[in-house]
Design a protein around this ligand. Structure first.
Ligand SMILES: Nc1ncnc2c1ncn2[C@@H]1O[C@H](COP(=O)(O)OP(=O)(O)OP(=O)(O)O)[C@@H](O)[C@H]1O
Length: 206
């Protein structure tokens, strides 16, 4: 997968958040988008994911086979973790995973129950999401994204609400399941993006 941004800018009303952002994300690269609070990291990630529109410039997506993908098809090839993405509160974890499987498959070789176990949620299998702690919800979000069989992972503050064990689990999952996929992390925390060789400072594009 290749994601090419050319002179991309985003404006809210009269305020430009960033401008003239040109960058190509390729293959199995691991990228960190860095910057202070409010600098536009999440906004850039949401533009890449297609959740937000950019105000100027262009974005092109190309599959590994060299086919151009329309922006509205990119979600089929990517998975996102972000604090603002809600899980369905009425579902149990089992139902949550079942619902997710209508849209995306999990990586081969693991059952949903094994995935729940891997992220420490085996006891929550039949519990409604509304009764999860904030850290349990984050573990569920991470599981749904990292175990999705997609070539691109977009991670916005992926360790939000995780305890020390949770952060260590995140790092293990990244190292075990993400070496052969593109990962883009928007973060201020070294523990979240330490594995990313490529660093992008959003403040360079003001
Ligand atoms: N819907 C919106 N309307 C107006 N301004 C917005 C909107 N969404 C975001 N912004 C502004 O865009 C700027 C960038 O926000 P963004 O959430 O991308 O920052 P961030 O770098 O991810 O911050 P943090 O590190 O705090 O998560 C902020 O000034 C924010 O107020």
């Amino acid at each position: 997968m290749t994601i090419s941004l050319n002179q991309v800018g985003k404006r809210y009303n009269y305020d430009w958040i960033f401008r003239r952002f040109s960058f190509t994300f390729t293959g199995t690269g691991h990228y960190a988008i860095l910057g202070a609070n409010g600098s536009g990291k999440s906004t850039l990630l949401q533009i890449i994911s297609g959740h937000h529109h950019h105000s100027e410039g262009s974005i092109a997506y190309q599959s590994a086979e060299g086919k151009t993908l329309p922006q509205d098809q990119f979600f089929r090839h990517s998975a996102i973790v972000a604090p603002y993405l809600e899980l369905v509160e009425e579902f149990t974890l089992e139902e949550c995973f079942g619902f997710h499987l209508h849209f995306k498959s999990f990586l081969p070789g693991l059952t949903p129950k094994e995935i729940a176990q891997t992220v420490g949620l085996e006891k929550a299998w039949r519990k409604q999401v509304r009764n999860f702690s904030s850290g349990m919800k984050q573990r569920a979000r991470l599981a749904l994204a990292i175990f999705s069989d997609v070539p691109v992972l977009l991670l916005d503050e992926p360790c939000t609400n995780l305890d020390a064990d949770g952060v260590s689990l995140y790092q293990q999952l990244i190292s075990k399941y993400c070496s052969n996929r593109m990962v883009i992390v928007s973060s201020n925390e070294e523990a979240e993006y330490g594995f990313c060789k490529e660093r992008i400072h959003i403040t360079d594009y003001k």
